[in-house]
Design a binder for this molecule. Structure first.
Ligand code: C2E
Ligand code: CA
Ligand code: CA
Length: 289
């Protein structure tokens, strides 16, 4: 008898039932973090990030429950919740400068191995009357490498359904370039661990630079996450990075605050892109949220 193993499985069960309750009782929250174009500063879309408003523990960050949900497979339920909520939200977002915003949703390994996922997502969108091109699906390199063949097949079907596809956390996995080249993806997202360090660490800066070149040579759009300050913004702009996401522009926000942020941001960029000035003045405001 192993009492340690027993207490862990008891904990697992209780966290799992708490997570079920979270879904059923409406404790999950959708946050949005802006994605901005480097060339003219326009807002292109946002990444949907999950939070758990726990009745006792307060706002629980995703890293405290998503890895667990991934181990148990419950993450598929969370993905559907996010997708559903994102579809509902998309219809309420302002259309700025004539183009609708695009929402990015994270998929896990379990989602990617689920052969029914593409149909399920398509049906969900139809129910909400939202087009697939309104969504970008972010898939980590490691999720793809778990079972490359099956992942590839799911990606092909998602692409055919009209979703934009992105490789997330790029640089942290072990995918070969030859393999990457064959994937039906549109976007590469450079992991924030390299971006945050690029100001001070010459190696990180080199990794970021070569990733941008690589992505462009493969005809992909490059997004940098972890744009924490004006210096990083500047460097990435010079390296021809396409889109940025980070605390410098805004932290992830609840939907109503995101809409306010988007309208204010659009007012300023529409009257002439003030570049870094603009970003710097916005920084204090977003840091408080
Ligand atoms: P991720 O997909 O790499 O998401 C980006 C994370 O970077 C977010 O953390 C975001 O808040 C953070 N971030 C953005 N800009 C900056 C910055 O300038 N500096 C720093 N230090 N961090 C920045 P968050 O929201 O805590 O999410 C953490 C991870 O949890 C996500 O990493 C993703 O792997 C997972 N996650 C969150 N929501 C979902 C979801 O709905 N489904 C799945 N499968 N995973 C999710
Ligand atoms: Ca992501
Ligand atoms: Ca990342």
């Amino acid at each position: 008898y192993d009492s340690a193993a027993d207490s862990t499985s008891a904990q697992t069960l209780s966290l799992l039932s708490e997570l079920r309750r979270a879904v059923e009782q409406g404790e999950l929250r959708l946050f949005l973090q802006p994605k901005v174009a480097f060339d003219d500063g326009r807002l292109l879309g946002a990444e949907a990030l999950l939070r758990w408003q726990h009745p006792q523990r307060g706002m629980v960050p995703p890293l405290d429950f998503i890895p667990f949900a991934e181990q148990t497979g419950f993450v598929r339920r969370l993905t559907l919740w996010v997708f559903e909520e994102a579809a509902r939200t998309w219809r309420t977002l302002p259309v700025l400068g004539g183009t609708a915003l695009r929402l990015s949703v994270n998929l896990s390994t379990h989602d990617l191995l689920d052969t029914e996922l593409p149909e399920r997502l398509v049906a969900l969108l139809q129910r909400h009357g939202v087009p697939a091109h309104a969504f970008c699906l972010e898939i980590t390199e490691s999720a793809i490498m778990d079972d490359p063949q099956r992942a590839h097949a799911t990606l092909e079907r998602l692409r055919t359904a009209g979703f934009k596809l992105s490789i997330d956390d790029f640089g942290t996995g072990y995918s070969s370039l030859a393999y990457l080249k064959r994937l039906p993806v549109d976007e590469l997202k450079i992991d924030k661990s390299f971006v945050i360090g690029m100001e001070r660490d010459a190696d990180d800066a080199k990794i970021v630079r070569s990733t941008i070149d690589l992505a462009h040579n493969l005809g992909l759009t490059v997004v940098a996450e972890g744009v924490e300050n004006a210096a990083i913004w500047n460097l990435l702009h010079r390296l021809d990075c396409n889109e940025g996401q980070g605390y410098h522009m805004s932290r992830p926000l609840p939907v109503p605050q995101f809409i306010d942020w988007a309208l204010r941001w659009n007012d300023r960029t529409a009257t002439g892109w003030g570049g870094l000035e603009l970003l710097t003045s916005d920084r204090t405001a977003s840091a408080e949220l």
